[in-house]
Design a protein around this ligand. Structure first.
Ligand SMILES: [Zn+2]
Length: 246
């Protein structure tokens, strides 16, 4: 009952804060964000990118009226729960400053990626962050150094250009650059490397973690999904080109 009350209170408090960097209209209600996290989790499980409890997601919700930026809300997946089994009541709700607003009483602790997600939400004002263990991302991380680069591909048009998600998309002839960082024993230890990537690559919409997977962020949940799918397509294409000696 306490859980339902806490979630209902958060939902009732959630209204659009128009002053929020001009992007508040892109954020979801808490209820909608919970549904989207469950749908994304199932979708990426079915694509084989989040098998065996791997991966994590977060979707930002609208802020409570008058809330400071630090108190705006983010829905985050729990740790160690199969993604295809998630339901809204399994999900954690935290403020942008990391303060827990709602912790599911009968489910696992919050994802170890939470600090990484919040860093993306805070610095990029993105609506969603998706983390998967895409095999294509892992494979390209074994073939490249500190970045994956590709140009002259039609699928590039689905990815953000110099606006980093808020402006025009890349064009056919443009070069996509996805930074690559080395893995760490635990996911939260990736934070310093992620912070460096976000600082040094202001237009990037993703980072590959070597021998681990991929983090993708976007200004809407739908765009974040499109970015991830397009990146995986380009990773697979480059791997096939590599095998063909193209
Ligand atoms: Zn992971």
């Amino acid at each position: 009952m306490a859980m339902a009350t806490a979630v209902r209170d958060a939902i009732e408090a959630a209204v659009v804060l128009q002053a929020d960097m001009g992007m508040a209209d892109e954020y979801e209600s808490v209820e909608s964000a919970q549904v989207q996290v469950c749908e994304l989790s199932r979708h990426f499980f079915e694509k084989g990118w989040c098998v065996g409890t791997a991966g994590a997601m977060s979707v930002r919700a609208v802020a409570a009226a008058g809330a400071s930026p630090a108190k705006q809300l983010v829905v985050v997946t729990p740790s160690g729960v199969p993604k295809e089994q998630l339901v809204p009541s399994d999900l954690h709700l935290v403020q942008l400053d990391g303060t827990a607003v709602h912790t599911p009483p009968q489910r696992a602790k919050i994802s170890d990626c939470a600090a990484l997600f919040l860093e993306c939400h805070r610095t990029r004002f993105c609506a969603a962050v998706i983390h998967t263990h895409s095999q294509n991302a892992v494979l390209v991380s074994l073939l490249h150094g500190d970045s994956f680069r590709i140009s002259h591909m039609e699928q590039l048009k689905a990815l953000p250009g110099n606006g980093g998600g808020g402006g025009a998309n890349l064009q056919f002839q443009d070069e996509l650059v996805v930074p690559i960082i080395d893995n760490t024993p635990t996911e939260h230890e990736l934070l310093p490397a992620l912070q460096r990537v976000l600082s040094e690559n202001p237009t990037a919409c993703a980072v590959i973690v070597r021998r681990h997977g991929l983090f993708v962020w976007g200004p809407t949940t739908q765009k974040c999904k499109v970015y991830h799918e397009s990146l995986d397509y380009l990773f697979e294409l480059s791997l096939r080109m590599h095998m063909l000696g193209v």
